[in-house]
Design a binder for this molecule. Sequence first.
Ligand code: DLL
Length: 440
Amino acid sequence: MWNSQVECLTRADLEQLQLKRLIQTAQRTYERVPFYRKAFDDAGVHPDSIKSLADLRLLPFTRKTDLREHYPFGLFSEPLSNVSRLHASSGTKGKPTVVGYTRADIDVWSEVVARSLACAGSKPGDIIHNSYGYGLFTGGLGLHYGAEKLGATVVPASGGRTQQQILLLQDFKARVLCSTPSYALNIAYTLQELGIERDSINLEIGIFGAEPWTEEFRTQIEALLKIRALDIYGLSEVMGPGVSMECLQGRNGLHIWEDHFLPEIIDPKTSEPLPYGEEGELVFTTLTKEAIPVLRYRTGDISKLNVERCTCGRTMVRMARVRARLDDMLIIRGVNLYPSEIEKVLMQIEELAPHYQLVLERKKALDTLEVQVEITEHLLQRFGKFEDGQVELTSLTDKIQVLLKDGMGLTADVTLLKPKSIARSEGKAVRVIDRRRETN
Ligand code: DLL
């Protein structure tokens, strides 16, 4: 364990620390950020009203739109002269969201990432190959600083140029791979395509996150790369990677570093807090952030919390693997579902490769879904040419349609593709192509 004193605090001591820090954060935001002062005043609340952790529910929520509306630095609680780093989202849905870090914020971030790496079984002296993108995205630099703090040797590979990355994996003999799960799969498939033996690389542990992935996806990556794959979670608005991490011993939920991030689960419709064990929207209040503290930030991620003691000895609450993002929910002819539910079905079919995309269109006011998925190289070899396998491919298509219909009541078109038809991920995979606006 990187910091057992903190990671194994009694719940009572932890809650005392959280309360002290919550009050400080409320004061900081009230005194320094006009947006929060107004929100407090509008709700008739003052930081002095906070007497216990339960009073958290008095505080205002923060949403992604609030960051956008105060672009770029309107929610900062420090002058830029005290901000040593900026990160930003790609801004595909409008203005990017910008976050900043003081020197102390970077230290805390490195600490929680070092804890996360150790939690996954990494240790000082490890060679850590970091394929998260470097740049405005928090993945690359976030993992990098934490790995250095741990005392590891970091290979700052970033995303892309996969063949070169494989060469580095072979020659530098990294034990730990940090990447999105979809990029790890890309590496695994590229190894196969190049005819490179798995045993020419030294990987033992994968630290995968930044996008939703299913247990079935984990099984595939672990089998192909012969590693233990662990889930890391985080978001830029709260810090970046390292808000929570699955432990090697328990592998049943991700420990939230609660001395820095105070979690809640709320009902997304009523905004009311839900008890431990119930699924809802994950909300975080930062407890130590200086540059841009956030109160009750609504992540849009669906999860639940488990406060039972973990076999690893850590007392920090665990969040369930993020099932999906609220805004990723698809409504297809009255059926509500998330991409991960389709992924689960596809991953169980032996003849399919784990490369898929979901294409949404709107035809005569009805939403339609086309599931595009690649067949395995192995199946293709059975026919020789894709075109020669029509009979088998038709029956496979029917089988998938029945599984989707029986499993989730979903009527979808299924298109089978040759291996390598879908663009390989180099960072966060694009699973859904939404053409509903164009086709309406
Ligand atoms: O993705 C930070 C990160 C980098 C996490 C590297 C882990 C590893 P953002 O770009 O701000 O930050 O995206 C945050 O990504 O709200 C989730 O929807 C999703 N996400 C992150 N980690 C996971 C995960 C980084 N382990 C958004 N499982 C979050 C599922 C995840 N979704």
